[in-house]
Ligand binder design. Structure first.
Ligand SMILES: [Fe+2]
Length: 294
């Protein structure tokens, strides 16, 4: 099957567009590449945009963009998607830098935007803000975690990296341990959006930068069991949670295990079902605050 190769962008509706643009540029260190009246495009390194902000009534993640590989056929991907009984729409020049797109909804109503990247849009290294490597993953609370996990695997080509019990799945579309995670909940809603940092030192300066600008951590720094990444979480001005992470597990597909790291408990570390145990959340012991699930 033709599977997506990376997450390209996430689109959010937000009531205060200017405040959110300020957060993404001055705090996170993304580059504002284009702005219209009710829409802003923010970039990180190579893609024209990694984050799209649209003015809306309330804060929510409404779309996810996924990139196919240079040799993948978009027509064949559309046929493959339609064969699952999914209604697709074809969009020509829907967004800057995207010439042709296949769009459809996932089971919780988030728009999937699948396309091939033509030209890249390299940006200079920004001189202010945290400046992450990239948009890493987007996590959602979902009513139907089994069905939605199956959708991402069967329709978009994701693979399951790990489960926590039967209620929290971690899915990859490349070497990164997870690009999408789905946690069972009575409501379908955004959980967090994560950006990759260089290392522990980068996380230190990021936490100080957040603190100096009035952003308090909700949870972390710590090291997750599942995915083994260093993490810290805070809430942006629109109320949605941002995670900053480093040292995420990298899958070696040919060998079927994650690249060995000294903090792994399994050797080799293979995809598995983790028990609902505090170590699955944080090897360092401190559990999430209630704030994390609001
Ligand atoms: Fe995360």
């Amino acid at each position: 099957m033709i599977g997506v190769k990376k997450i390209a962008h996430a689109t959010y509706e937000t009531p205060d567009l200017d405040k959110q643009i300020e957060y993404y540029t001055d705090i996170l260190g993304l580059t504002l590449v284009a702005k219209e009246k009710d829409i802003a495009y923010l970039a990180s390194t190579l893609d024209h945009h990694s984050v799209v902000l649209r003015r809306g009534d309330h804060s929510r993640c409404v779309r996810l963009g996924f990139q196919l590989g240079p040799d993948d056929d978009l027509n064949a991907f559309e046929k493959q998607t339609a064969a699952h009984g999914i209604k697709t729409a074809r969009k020509k020049d829907p967004e800057p830098s995207i010439a042709d797109m296949v769009a459809f909804d996932d089971p919780k109503g988030t728009a999937m935007e699948v396309f091939k990247r033509g030209e890249t849009s390299p940006q200079k290294f920004p001189l202010k803000g945290i400046v992450p490597h990239k948009l890493g993953h987007v996590a959602f609370f979902v009513k139907d975690v089994q069905g939605t996990t199956k959708f991402y695997c069967d329709v978009l080509g994701f693979r399951v990296s790990d489960w926590m019990g039967d209620f929290f799945s971690f899915l990859r579309c490349g070497t990164d341990h997870h690009t999408i995670n789905l946690m069972r909940d009575p409501e379908d809603r955004h959980f967090h959006t994560a950006f990759e940092l260089r290392d522990w030192g980068h996380m230190l300066t990021a936490c100080d930068h957040l603190s100096l600008h009035g952003y308090k951590l909700l949870w972390g720094p710590g090291r997750h069991g599942i995915g083994h990444n260093l993490f810290c979480y805070h809430r942006g001005p629109n109320g949605l949670i941002t995670e900053l992470f480093a040292q995420l597990d990298q899958m070696n597909e040919a060998l079927g295990y994650f690249e060995p790291r000294p903090w792994h408990r399994d050797r080799p570390q293979k995809p598995k079902v983790w028990a609902k145990d505090p170590t699955a959340s944080n090897y360092w012991g401190i559990m999430p605050t209630d704030e994390m699930h609001k």
